[in-house]
Design a protein around this ligand. Structure first.
Ligand SMILES: *[C@@H]1O[C@H](CO)[C@@H](O)[C@H](O)[C@H]1NC(C)=O
Length: 173
């Protein structure tokens, strides 16, 4: 009985609350997300990334590609860049961190924008180059540390999200 009440409340929220504030996904909204994500190398990461953005509920595959690049990847890459800048305040001489800062500046200011613009201009091939450049830059950051990298978790996340975006781009005509 309890779970039924939860479902009803969710349905009411979907109707009453403006979509932008609503994080409840109806099964029909989830269908395209799940179908699309099952064709990527990191299904769960893809589903959780897309469902964190309410606009995914109404998006077509091109829209999902845009959200993966412009919302999901951009947020993680920007957070990583902020994290690197924070670490640089404590160790301004750290060469590996400085080159990571350059890598992430390129990801946020060039690679993601190239991908986003190319998707809107219906050029998925060029958009993939933006994602390949993201993967290249995150790998460059990761391999710049002599010992253990303090950024393995976020670099891996960025690489996995870019790979997911590439797989979604592959579905576009
Ligand atoms: C990136 O992070 C900075 C610092 O928190 C913030 O001011 C900026 O709006 C963010 N930019 C993007 C594109 O998310």
């Amino acid at each position: 009985m309890k779970s039924l009440a939860v479902v009803v409340i969710c349905l009411i929220q979907v109707v009453l609350i403006p979509r932008s504030h609503c994080r409840v996904f109806l099964p029909m909204d989830l269908k395209l997300i799940e179908q699309t994500c099952s064709k990527t190398p990191h299904r769960d990461l893809c589903v959780s990334g897309l469902t964190s953005v309410p606009a995914s509920a109404d998006a077509d595959v091109k829209g999902l590609a845009l959200i993966m690049v412009d919302n999901v990847l951009r947020a993680v890459a920007n957070d990583t860049r902020n994290q690197i800048n924070e670490k640089l305040k404590h160790s301004p001489e750290d060469k590996a961190l400085s080159s990571c800062e350059e890598n992430y500046r390129a990801i946020v200011e060039l690679d993601i924008i190239e991908a986003y613009t190319s998707i809107t201009e219906r050029d998925p091939k060029l958009a993939k180059q933006g994602m390949d450049a993201t993967i290249y830059d995150a790998n460059a950051c990761e391999s710049g540390f002599a010992g253990k990298s303090p950024l393995t978790y976020v670099n891996t996340l960025v690489i996995d999200i870019a790979a997911v975006a590439n797989a979604i781009l592959h579905l576009l005509p």
